[in-house]
Design a protein around this ligand. Structure first.
Ligand code: URA
Length: 205
């Protein structure tokens, strides 16, 4: 008789650790989102870029950074000469968290428990991609990557640190750049992002 090998996962189903991202019930956010948004890009990319969570358009499209923040990020990529297809792009939290405002769905910052619950998926991505450099965009991504409840972004921007054998480079989140009201500060914030990505590129060499 032929023995069909079964994986440990199948032999011991673990409801806390769903195999499919879209079936994730590790926190409550799935109930209000259209779908989970997985990371995308090159599987063994040397650079992994981590955002916060999908926004309204990403939630509908099922792809990260396709809305306004993604458009700004594409400008940063162009300036830093980063090919979006050559990196891996993901989020700390994979479901869109929002609150209703009229007919619109307004982004809500994920709670620490949600970031922690979703770290399970980021760890899986890190184990697969094995990036040399992780670029954390904004405080939520940084908290997740550093596994800390609180972090001060200013302590990390421009100061790469080593975490579990990879460099962590911290830059602003593109939505922050979009929100900055005056042009001079916007320009400055944009160039901090460009500089961070150029640094990430140097660190993989
Ligand atoms: N903001 C994020 O952090 N991630 C996205 O995918 C879109 C907007």
């Amino acid at each position: 008789a032929t023995t069909i090998p079964i994986s440990a996962e199948k032999a011991q189903p673990d409801r806390e650790q769903p195999s499919k991202l879209d079936e994730c019930r590790r926190c409550e956010l799935w109930q209000f989102a259209t779908q989970a948004v997985p990371g995308e890009g090159t599987k063994r990319a040397p650079i992994m870029i981590v955002g916060e969570q999908p926004g309204d358009q990403e939630d509908l499209a099922g792809k990260p950074f396709v809305g306004p923040a993604g458009k700004l990020l594409d400008q940063v990529f162009a300036q830093a000469e980063v090919d979006r297809k050559a990196i891996y792009l993901t989020n700390a939290v994979k479901h869109f968290k929002w609150e209703p405002r009229g007919k619109r769905r307004l982004h809500k910052t994920p709670a620490q428990r949600e970031v922690e619950a979703c770290h399970y998926w980021l760890e899986k991505e890190l184990a697969t991609v094995k990036p040399k450099v992780i670029v954390a965009m904004g405080a939520t991504a940084l908290k997740s990557v550093m596994r800390k409840g609180t972090v001060a972004l200013k302590d990390f921007v421009g100061k790469p640190v080593r975490v579990d054998g990879a460099w962590v480079v911290t830059i602003y989140h593109p939505s922050y750049v979009l929100r900055v009201p005056d042009e001079a500060s916007k320009h400055e914030a944009f160039s901090v992002m460009v500089k961070g990505l150029k640094l990430a590129h140097e660190l993989i060499e």
